[in-house]
Design a protein around this ligand. Structure first.
Ligand SMILES: *Cc1c(COP(=O)(O)O)cnc(C)c1O
Length: 325
């Protein structure tokens, strides 16, 4: 996965060229691109859009991204277009995951992030600080299944949370279920986890990074899918990758919360900075508005019917398979 051995790096630049190459850089890009594996339509678990890279859905996304490539939602007042796209991507995603149902409580909220990992990092951090406020837990622990993504290990390291695979104790702030998990494509029993979380009054994060744009459509197609979203009592947050089966450009994911009381722990607001008021929702400061526009274009262009059709034809039969062939 990482870039290759030392010998492969022979001839790689270690300094800026003295004279810029100008527009000839495009030829250089093409030259390098030819060295990549032929992944188009062949890399399950890596690229989720099918077909030629220069036609159809791919080219539509490329056009949307390039149209907004230089925008930055950190400056909401300048880029109102992107602010709207982000809010709508979050709302459209939430609506697929039970936000309109009565049992959701009607307060589902969220943000776009750079990917599943950042969505998970944000949900873990917000849960930690929410539980600190609510229960005064200062040495937080979380409990995850064997199959949960390695992003939770990252979160535990970054945010100083003990990771456990043992029974819940009084320091537990968060438990985790995946629907499905990346390694095996198995859906964890979310309803049972929800009951557990509710009875202990702790957070439950459902990792729908892979399944968020598969399970709702699979259900519409008549597959028997057990409850997995905000319809389940006890679920406090959800991560869902638009850049997987949402068929959006890489670098787009959504993190959703049951209510604002939990999400407020995600934000950083610096009021006494010499640079002025600084408010940032996720890990990044400046963020790529082009990717948000690309995600919005992906969801809008397909719509409910297009996405369901795409899944029935292409993705769903392969959804649990993540081998690169
Ligand atoms: C892909 C995935 C992640 C991590 O997402 P990235 O976008 O690679 O950061 C986490 N959980 C599950 C279930 C996933 O499929």
């Amino acid at each position: 996965m990482q870039s290759g051995s030392k010998s492969k790096r022979e001839g790689w630049r270690s300094e800026l060229p003295r004279e810029g190459v100008g527009a000839a850089v495009i030829e250089k890009l093409k030259e390098e691109k030819r060295k990549d594996a032929i992944w188009q339509g062949k890399c399950s678990g890596t690229v989720y859009i099918g077909g030629s890279e220069y036609e159809g859905h791919f080219s539509l996304i490329n056009e949307a991204c390039s149209m907004f490539a230089h925008t930055n939602p950190l400056h909401l007042d300048v880029f109102q277009s992107v602010a709207r796209f982000e809010a709508e991507v979050v709302a459209m995603t939430a609506a697929l995951l039970g936000s309109k149902g009565k049992s959701s409580g009607g307060e589902i909220c969220g943000n776009m992030t750079s990917g599943g990992t950042e969505s998970i990092l944000m949900a873990v951090k917000s849960s930690r600080d929410y539980m600190k406020d609510k229960k005064g837990i200062k040495r937080p622990e979380m409990i995850i299944p064997e199959s949960a993504h390695s992003a939770y290990d990252k979160a535990a390291q970054y945010f100083n949370i003990k990771l456990r695979r043992v029974p819940i104790n009084k320091s537990t702030v968060l438990i985790v279920g995946s629907a499905p998990g990346f390694p095996h494509g198995i859906i964890d029993p979310i309803e049972e986890l929800g009951e557990l979380a509710f009875s202990y009054d702790i957070c439950l994060h459902v990792d729908l990074c892979l399944g968020g744009f598969v399970l709702p459509f699979a259900r519409m197609l008549g597959y028997p899918i057990p409850p997995f979203d905000f319809s389940v009592k006890g679920v406090t947050s959800i991560s869902v990758d638009v850049h997987k089966y949402g068929l959006a450009p890489k670098g787009t994911s959504v993190v959703l919360y049951r209510n604002h009381d939990i999400r407020k722990h995600q934000f950083v607001a610096v009021t006494e900075w010499s640079g002025g008021l600084y408010v940032s929702p996720t890990i990044a400061g400046s963020r790529p508005g082009g990717l948000i526009a690309g995600a919005w274009a992906a969801l809008m262009s397909l719509g409910l019917e297009g996405a369901t059709m795409h899944l029935s034809l292409v993705a769903y039969p392969n959804a649990p398979l993540n081998a690169c062939v």
